[in-house]
Every structure is written in structure tokens, then in C-alpha cells.
Design a protein around this ligand. Sequence first.
Ligand SMILES: [Zn+2]
Ligand SMILES: [Zn+2]
Length: 313
Amino acid sequence: MDIFPQSLKGHRVQLGADVEDGEVHWEPVRSLWFSAMALGASVGGALTFSWSAFALFVVTTAFVLLCGHSLGMHRKLIHDSFQCPKWLEYFLVYCGVLVGLSGPLGLLRTHDLRDYAQRQKACHDFFGHRRAPLVDACWQLHCELRLSRPPEILVEARVAADPVYRFLQKTWMLQQLPWALMFFAIGGWGWVFWGVCARVTAGVFGHWLIGYFAHRHGDQAHIVGGASVQGYNVPFAALLTMGECWHNNHHAFPGSAKLGLYKGEWDPGWWMLLALQRIGLAWNLKTPADLPVREELRYVRAVPGVNAGCGQA
Ligand SMILES: [Zn+2]
Ligand SMILES: [Zn+2]
């Protein structure tokens, strides 16, 4: 019998990679970047607070998380779960770069390696967020995992050969600079600390925090058979994460553009895609019904109208 499910065969990480044996090391660029932003946000932000700077933080954070991280980076670049004009794809991915996590290629590789590792029977604790919260925060925000035998990750030419994405990858930190200068010219240091430092800190820290909860606690509608790490839904974060918190659904249907699948699962990213579809700027929005059936997927609980007739776990 084949040891790998069909769904892993098209994965960018090449089959058979060892994702268990490795060591966690301090990663200076990631660590200093996050620390500098957090320092600017906490000290600079406290000293220069104004309601206009706070409003700038809220609006820009919501915008880059919704259009950039959720739509541009995750649902489009990584999963290609909907189609849109190329100029819009570039814009959305550029907004994703402004979140401050990484460049497009770096984020895609990190996402895919983690995704691949979580679907294996065993993987390093780093991939499963298995350690205590403080250790995991230190690992994910300041360190990197160096695998003993790093796997090959084949990124398709659509992304890897694209000059815009290569440029954004090389300059992802610098992309904050024009905005910092503009915010400084309009609102002084307060706008820089809140519009750049606090926004990047909230995006990067929030990404870790939700990632931690989404692999540790919460509601489950599905189980991915054979996977050492399962995803969980984190309902209280639906609006804050633009729908990315429905992570159990995402583990079950990674290629779906719709993350909030069931009643009451608010998904602002999906609402935005529907709005773009209505004005002709997005099409071929994939839902679980458009994806190949996964034999390894089991339903934990009956979901009316969705899994009638499917096997129960
Ligand atoms: Zn996951
Ligand atoms: Zn994903």
C-alpha cells in the first residue's frame, strides 16, 4: 500500500523529506527585526500616543492583514485558490509584504515546509508548536529550525521566476521605508511608531499567537488521518484574523479560498473575495466542493448539508 496520501503528491516539498531531525538556532535577522519593531511600538508608541496615530494603526493593520496576508500571500500566492488580474495579485502580495513577516518566496517556503511537516506521522516540535508558549514564542519569533537534511522545495515558475516577487523578496524590510517617510511627513514620529512599528509588531506577534492556538486548542470539525499535527478553529479571532483562524478547516481543505465553511464561521477574507468577484476582479473561487476528495480526511462531527454520507471519525 502507498504510504503517502494522494494529496501530498503535488506538494512543493519533495516526498520523503526528513522533517524530524534538526536543531533550533537563534536567527539574527528575524530576531533583531522583530525586537526593533516591538521596541519602537512599546516605547516610542507609548511616548507619542495620539488618537490619530492609533486610528492609523488600526486601519493599516486591518488592511494589510485582510488584503495582504490573507488574500495576497495565503489564499492567492501560496494556495492559488482564486484567480484575479495580475496587477491585482501583485498589489495584494505587496500588501502582504507590508505585514513584515517575510518576502513572498520566504513566506511560501516557510508555510509549505510547516504544512508538509504537519501532515507527516512525526515532525520536529518546532513545526507542531508543541513546546510551552514562552519557548514556542522564542522559537518562532527569534529562531529558525535547521534540519539535518533540509528538503528540496520546488517552487513553480509562476512564483519563483517572477521578477516582482524576487524584488520583493530581496527588499521586504525596506518596503516599510517609503511608508515610514510619508507617515513622518504627515504625522511625525507618532505616526511612524504606530503606523509602522506597532503594525508590524501586531502582525508578526499575532501571526505567532494564532498559529500557536490553531495547533493546540479549539474546535475541530475534521481530522486529517496520519498527520502528527492537527489544526484547530479559534472562533474568537475570526474578525481579527480576517477568517484565517478557521485553521481546522484549512488543514482539511488547504486549496479552498473559503476558510469559514460552516454556520456562524465569519470569514472577512471570503467576503472580500465575493465583493471582488461581483465587480469582476476575482473568479474561479475554489471551495471544498471543487477540490479532490481526500481519503485520509475524517469528520469529527456531522455538519448539516456538508458531510452527509461521509465517514465519521
Ligand atoms: Zn497548520
Ligand atoms: Zn495555508
